[in-house]
Design a binder for this molecule. Structure first.
Ligand SMILES: Nc1nc2c(ncn2[C@@H]2O[C@H](COP(=O)(O)OP(=O)(O)O)[C@@H](O)[C@H]2O)c(=O)[nH]1
Ligand SMILES: [Mg+2]
Length: 290
């Protein structure tokens, strides 16, 4: 599981330093480790913080808890019926595709799913979500391009409640005519969702394009200011060497990373487990396993 999405990052690490090829190692020199982490796109400040006060020869046992400390777990109860999830993020981040992946996952565990096409900014966005709903075999509530996205959100939630579905997933636009409009629209969607069903949306999930590396952090902080984020899904980690950004993103936002997107197909979504992720990385560094 680890290798599929972090392989490219690890390949870069491997080519960086021949001495790391001789495994197993009982320690790695601090300077080498710094280089490796920075090359994998962990931010400089975080690398310094992670390795602070560690000896010059760093052992796996000392590094492991520090890497793990970047990650946070969720305190949100997902035991709601229906569970309403709002998907936000910039254009092209992978929102619509990720919604299809989540719907596939829920459906295969026996849940009934309804999608809300609240990205009404582009006609193509509505069509894209409709195609996915057909393909995955789940319901969808949509309207015409240009309609009020909060209206679609309201209708989707009301309809989902009436039908007794388990999961409602709401798509949103990542770009409007300007930034202020986008902020206002997202805030309105959240307000109106709460009117359709108290406490909805239960989870606001930010989709981040993993190929952007740490430059996505600033963007994520903006979305966090606008509506407050409960969790993150990082997409496109199948094709990037910037996988180390996971640490910086998790540390900066202080919200859990829920899933990782590893391709364009409906089942290219893996649950993110900090423990497995970190121990996989350390295996590679110290033992040479992939
Ligand atoms: N390789 C790869 N491509 C992805 C992944 N997630 C989304 N994409 C692609 O990224 C592009 C934009 O995705 P889309 O869902 O339309 O983004 P949206 O604008 O945020 O809704 C599409 O071509 C997707 O197929 C992923 O995990 N891996
Ligand atoms: Mg979209």
């Amino acid at each position: 599981m680890f290798g599929n999405f972090f392989q490219k990052t690890l390949d870069v690490i491997k080519t960086l330093d021949e001495t790391l090829m001789v495994k197993p190692l009982d320690h790695i020199e601090k300077e080498r480790l710094e280089e490796i982490l920075i090359e994998a796109d962990v931010t400089y400040d975080l690398v310094e913080e992670l390795l602070e006060e560690l000896p010059n020869e760093i052992e796996r046992e000392d590094l492991e808890p520090r890497l793990l400390s970047c990650f946070h777990s969720t305190e949100i109860s997902l035991e709601k019926k229906p569970l309403v999830q709002l998907i936000i993020g910039v254009n092209g981040a992978g929102k619509t595709t990720t919604i299809a992946k989540l719907a596939t996952k829920y459906k295969s565990s026996g849940k009934r799913v309804l999608l809300g096409a609240s990205d009404t900014f582009r006609a193509a966005a509505i069509e894209q979500l409709k195609r996915w709903a057909d393909k995955v075999g789940v319901g969808i509530v949509y309207s015409k391009q240009g309609h009020d996205p909060s209206g679609v959100t309201f209708d989707a939630i009301k309809s989902g409640v009436a039908k007794g579905v388990d999961n409602i997933i709401i798509d949103t636009a990542g770009r409007l005519h300007n930034q202020v409009n986008l902020a206002k629209e997202l805030q309105k969607i959240v307000r109106v969702a709460g009117k359709a069903l108290p406490e909805a949306p239960h989870q606001k999930i930010l989709i981040i394009d993993g190929t952007q590396g740490t430059s996505a952090i600033l963007q994520a902080e903006k979305f966090n200011e606008i509506v407050g984020i409960d969790g993150v899904i990082i997409t496109k980690l199948d094709g990037t060497a910037k996988g180390g950004a996971i640490f910086s993103i998790a540390e900066a936002l202080k919200v859990p990373i829920l899933y990782i997107g590893i391709g364009e197909k409906a089942d290219d979504l893996v649950e993110f487990e900090p423990k497995n992720f970190v121990s996989g990385l350390l295996d590679k560094l110290y033992k040479g396993e992939s």
